[in-house]
Write a protein that binds this ligand. Sequence first.
Ligand SMILES: Nc1ncnc2c1ncn2[C@@H]1O[C@H](COP(=O)(O)OP(=O)(O)OP(=O)(O)O)[C@@H](O)[C@H]1O
Length: 465
Amino acid sequence: MEIRSVEEEQQSPAVTANVGLPNAALHQVNDGVVEIEIEQDDSGTCGYGPLPIFLKFEDVEYKINGSSRNPVKAAITSVASRLRMEQGNCKHILKGITGNVGPGQILALMGPSGSGKTTLLKLLGGRLDGDIRGKVTYNDTPYGPSLKRRIGFVAQDDVLFPHLTVEETLVFAAFLRLPTEMSRKEKHLRAERIIKELSLERCRHTRVGGVLVKGISGGERKRTSIGYEILVDPSLLFLDEPTSGLDSTSASKLLVILRNLAKAGRTVITTIHQPSSRIFYMFDKLLLISEGQTIYHGNARESMHYFSSLGFVPEIAMNPSEFLLDIATGHVKDISIPETLQGSTDLQEIEVKVIKFLQCKYKTDLEPREKEENYHSVKAPMKLQLSIQIKKDRTSNWVEQFIILSKRTFRERSRDYLDKLRFSQTVGVAVLLGLLWWKSNIGTEAQLRDQVVNKTQTVRLLLLA
Ligand SMILES: Nc1ncnc2c1ncn2[C@@H]1O[C@H](COP(=O)(O)OP(=O)(O)OP(=O)(O)O)[C@@H](O)[C@H]1O
């Protein structure tokens, strides 16, 4: 299958398919050739709608080298390497991962803890340096600085200001990150639209909160972090375990939001631990990783069928993600396995055999097809390849940013310092210290020294009490 832009090929389409984009469609013409037609964005977003991005990655490898110039780090890493690193000082985290995902789709990265999901997510999001091998392209173009503004990354531990309200968080972000060509009103409207889109109306005036400050709920917090990222209309949205810590209903609601974001033309990639069945069936694609290697990549719904064709069938009713994680760890209790893997009673031996078997099967059965599709037959149209290299509109200059940041910091800090509890604490301590020194006998230097010793002991006793 080849993808060409309509400008490149002027043939009448025979089949038209929806790629999940409001402004793009695939037209199959002949000999399996496919064209992408992209319409001009008239949505009133000042040409700021998401640009369709096809992400492809092939044979991606990542190693961490323990050697460091910093002596302390070097000592720590050398101990770590002796304890757990493979091949001396080097840890091989990703071992040749291939895949792709397009606009309108959600790709779920699943696998046991430590399998390399977050590492792959960061690598694809251009957030990883070091020993990276393989090929990662965005519309068949390598990563470049112009892509930065087209990528949104929601990390597992969000960094939001606890004393700002949800609305303030988004409005300050809009002023900082949106292009200077947009008026103040437009920026406010954009923040307003995000609040509605992410159903944050109920908590818009509530403080975000943190460890010591009461604030919004975990789900609202996640949605605020997503809102912060989608303010600038990214084409690619990466999320690291967005549903962790949420109950199943809040997690499903969040997935519906991600679905809608994808439907609007974004490419969404998310790591997820153990989604419920309802959530699992919302994913378009699945990449299942075991010990840094792929054991399945393809349509999420077809994954169960693939594993049953290999002889892995659940013997009791199981949630698909539970089943997939079990086989990715080689834990096959209540799962029937192919005859070739039977015979051993040592559980650890079975686990190793199962993982190796699945890794080999993927390499021989699925990977060649993926590679063929990725780089030999499916090509992004020239128009998309060029658009991705154009920098998005200019944001505010450093003086404007300095002013906005100062305002934000002032609001955040002033609320912290003028917090009622903190204020009464400060006044209380001041009154107490004043009373301690009131009418103290400090006429001479010796008397002053005695008083200082006495007061210090009293304060210490008070603090201990
Ligand atoms: N900077 C680092 N130095 C050493 N090892 C690392 C580093 N970063 C990641 N690793 C290791 O790489 C492996 C994969 O880590 P990663 O965070 O990608 O796993 P994960 O699948 O996302 O796990 P989890 O689901 O628990 O978040 C782990 O064994 C981890 O310890």
